[in-house]
Design a binder for this molecule. Structure first.
Ligand SMILES: NC(=O)c1ccc[n+]([C@@H]2O[C@H](COP(=O)([O-])OP(=O)(O)OC[C@H]3O[C@@H](n4cnc5c(N)ncnc54)[C@H](O)[C@@H]3O)[C@@H](O)[C@H]2O)c1
Length: 344
């Protein structure tokens, strides 16, 4: 294992999870610098996490520091320029989802890292949620046979606007913010989609974009799935921020319920397992499942750097998920089913 020197760009709401998780992984990585255009946020993060240097300008940071990678945890409009600056200096990057506000910038970002011949990973952490990892293990071991149908659901009434007020202002909202996670998990369990049909709704007053979307995916080989995305629901229990799902295979069914419960039925009967996320000393409910998944994906990145393996959520992999988001918006706008013509 090589010890790495890294920097985090963006010291806002979600990067606190990144910084805490890097601290948990301190035997493998040292965060030597943080950067935020808001000086107070950069300095507060440096103080809180014992980081030696705080910068307000990415170019200044890259010129001054010797870094093995940079972790970009800013909002999407800044990702292309920041990742491009890192690529120009030969520094690998992790980029938070969504990669960019639109398809053109998302492809340009991945191409910039490709041209520089550098590894990159998208911080697409939902598939690293502990119950989803266990469910994937069960499905891959053949527990329910060949998967033919799926329902992937993230419906919540949690007040996300308190921590992330910018979400009320974006025109492309729930599909790009959380739908991208849901569609990514659908790809993990169902494989690639050939057709996408979507209806989007704006329910809560004062929200610029869609706060609800329902997506029907047609997968290669005839399998079908439904992705439910909503920030305008009041389910009880509210699983936020856990994702729930149901799968039918040709030899059984499996579901993940709120409370990290996996239930699956095969010819032998029904089995139940509770898959609790690994506790984080710095976390609190309801965030534990997310915080554990942040640490898990960061550990995956370090493992990949050590072994030279391509991360599961590489830029190229994530473009396939991004293409589904674009197709969902195109379908919602046109009322048509979109045949995906993904060109990487
Ligand atoms: N994976 C998840 O589960 C998850 C959850 C929440 C948010 N996110 C993602 O995390 C990212 C950040 O979201 P957030 O809610 O923390 O946003 P935020 O606005 O709270 O924080 C972003 C920070 O980046 C800084 N910043 C913006 N442009 C910059 C630049 N060019 N250089 C340096 N700093 C810059 C801002 O000043 C701000 O402090 C988003 O892409 C969001 O979608 C992911």
């Amino acid at each position: 294992m090589t010890h790495r020197r890294a920097a985090v760009i963006g010291c806002g709401f979600f990067s606190q999870n990144h910084l805490n998780a890097w601290n948990d992984l301190r035997e493998r990585v040292s965060i030597v610098a943080v950067c935020d255009i808001d000086r107070a946020k950069a300095e507060a993060a440096a103080k809180r996490f014992g980081v030696p240097k705080a910068y307000t300008n990415v170019d200044e940071m890259l010129a001054s520091e010797s870094l093995d990678f940079v972790d970009i945890a800013t909002t999407a409009p800044s990702h292309l320029a920041l990742a491009g600056a890192c690529a120009a200096r030969g520094v690998p990057v992790i980029v938070q989802k969504p990669l960019a506000p639109d398809w053109t910038d998302a492809r340009a970002l991945v191409a910039a890292l490709d041209r520089a011949g550098l590894p990159m990973m998208v911080h697409e952490n939902f598939r690293f949620q502990a119950p989803l990892l266990r469910a994937a293990e069960l499905v891959n071991s053949g527990a329910i046979g060949k998967v033919v149908w799926g329902r992937f659901s993230f419906r919540t009434g949690y007040d996300i606007y308190a921590g992330q007020p910018y979400l009320a202002e974006v025109e492309r909202f729930s599909l790009l913010d959380v739908g991208i996670h849901v569609l990514d998990v659908a790809r993990v369990f169902m494989g690639e989609a050939e057709t996408v049909a979507c209806r989007a709704q704006s329910v809560r007053p004062g929200i610029k974009g869609e706060d609800r979307a329902t997506v029907l995916l047609g997968h290669a080989g005839g399998a079908t799935s439904v992705c439910e995305i909503s920030y305008a629901s009041r389910p009880d229990p509210d699983p936020f921020p856990q994702m729930v799902m149901e799968l039918d295979g040709d030899a059984g069914s499996l579901r993940i319920d709120p409370g990290y419960q996996i239930v699956w039925t095969d010819a032998a009967g029904t089995h139940r397992e509770t898959v609790t996320p690994e506790p984080v000393s710095w976390g609190a409910e309801p965030w534990t499942v997310t915080q554990d998944s942040v640490r898990a994906i960061q550990r995956h990145w370090l493992d990949c750097l050590d072994s030279g393996a391509v991360p599961a959520t590489s830029g190229h992999d994530n473009l396939k998920t991004f293409a589904l988001v674009e197709a969902a918006y195109a379908s919602a706008a046109s009322g048509q089913t979109i045949r995906t013509t993904f060109v990487d």
